[in-house]
Design a protein around this ligand. Structure first.
Ligand code: PLP
Length: 374
């Protein structure tokens, strides 16, 4: 197989060996439908219970607060479409730098249900400030949805403080934690959020499986109607292999969270040092408080797309912005929101390092950038 350097971990991550091994029995022999009453279905039923416990524990939740979904997009859509279904007036407050899995469903809610959508601007580091949120909460109720960590620039939001403000004003609070779960410590009770979205493929789990945390006592009607799975709130035959793989990958990442964070931050520091030593002119986007390994770099006067393709020819995978946006050649809405000028935005790439990267990878990336840009 062709050897390449994968530095696009914010787009997706490699499936962990532990997760793959844990999944295989459910794909091979233990294929019973967990909803069936016979003995053959007992093991998958038990596997679901155990996976739910592991996932709940990983984020400080209770098992009955975890609902399995097909991906982060579904979790986000579920909250935005259903959180205010009992209200005639729907006010949704979100930020200008959310993933399209939030922005587009908010737009749908506006177009199809007449919801009022407020897009909060962020500061130059990509942070939603508490005064800006407070000012926007003008109704007696509504939904606030702010991502925990940004997928393009890595900025981590002050979720605890934002959730507190939302609650004081009678709003529900959701966080899209797709980039954060499995990478930074998360305790939903300490954060005080009502809903939290996650996706397994971002933390070395399989693709096509995610979960939504719904705080006990909050009612959220189902998005997918049908069977009685997931306490009647999310219909569809359970993806046992996916759920088991997700729980195994998350448990593994949580077990190694501190060492992974330390290691990835060391790789990141090395890359920055090599770039600085090389004399390249660039600007790093985002905030000091960011996801380890997410490195957004602007090279004014250069074309990010061209850099991506030249790196690709050298066997290096990176991104220009959000992976889900690779067909969209417009300037990233995130870079626009943090005030990047058109030239800088066009010359921006995202390198996202993960636990499988090595110092040699980082040296090769720095060397390649020097060859391309200098
Ligand atoms: N939210 C954020 C912040 C993301 O980065 C992504 C994927 O890149 C998503 C949501 C969508 O997740 P999924 O691919 O599981 O639908």
């Amino acid at each position: 197989m062709k050897q390449f350097i994968y530095a696009d971990n914010a787009a997706t991550t490699r499936l962990s060996e532990e997760a793959l091994d844990a999944m295989l029995p459910w794909l091979r022999n233990e294929y019973a439908n967990a909803s069936q009453p016979y003995a053959f279905a007992r093991k998958p039923k038990k596997a679901l219970v155990e996976a739910r416990e592991i996932i709940a524990q990983s984020i400080g939740a209770e098992p009955n607060e975890i609902y399995f979904t097909s991906c982060g997009t579904e979790s986000n859509n579920w909250v935005v479409q259903r959180a205010l279904s009992d209200c005639t007036y729907k006010h949704i407050v979100t930020s200008a730098i959310e993933h399209h899995a939030i922005l587009n469903v908010c737009q749908q809610m506006k177009d199809m249900q007449g919801a009022e959508v407020t897009l909060l601007q962020v500061n130059a580091e990509g942070i939603v400030t508490t005064p800006s949120l407070e000012k926007s909460l003008t109704a007696s109720h509504g939904l606030v949805s702010i991502m925990m960590a940004n997928n393009e620039i890595g900025t981590i939001q002050p979720i605890h403080d934002l959730a507190e403000i939302a609650h004081k004003k009678g709003y529900l609070f959701h966080t899209d934690a797709v980039q954060a779960v499995g990478h930074i410590p998360i305790d939903v009770k300490e954060l005080g959020v009502d809903f939290l979205s996650a996706s397994a493929h971002k933390f070395n789990g399989p693709k096509g499986i995610g979960f939504l945390y719904i705080r006990k006592g909050i009612s959220l009607s189902s998005l997918l109607a049908g069977g009685a799975q997931e306490s009647g709130l999310r219909a569809g035959t359970e993806n046992i292999a996916g759920v088991v793989g997700m729980a195994t990958a998350l448990k593994e990442n949580i077990r190694c969270l501190c060492s992974n964070q330390k290691y990835i931050l060391e790789l990141e520091a090395k890359l920055i040092q090599l770039l600085d030593d090389s004399g390249l002119t660039y600007k790093r986007n985002g905030s000091e408080n960011h996801l380890p390994g997410v490195i957004s770099l602007s090279f004014p006067g250069h074309d990010g797309e061209a850099i991506l393709h030249r790196l690709d020819l050298l066997g290096i995978c990176i991104s220009t912005g959000s992976a889900c946006d690779s067909k969209n050649t417009q300037i990233s809405h995130v870079l626009k929101a943090i005030g990047a000028d058109t030239e800088s935005a066009k010359g921006t790439i995202r390198i996202s390092l993960g636990k499988s990267n090595s110092i040699t990878d980082v040296e090769s990336i720095a060397d390649a950038l020097k060859r391309i840009i200098l």
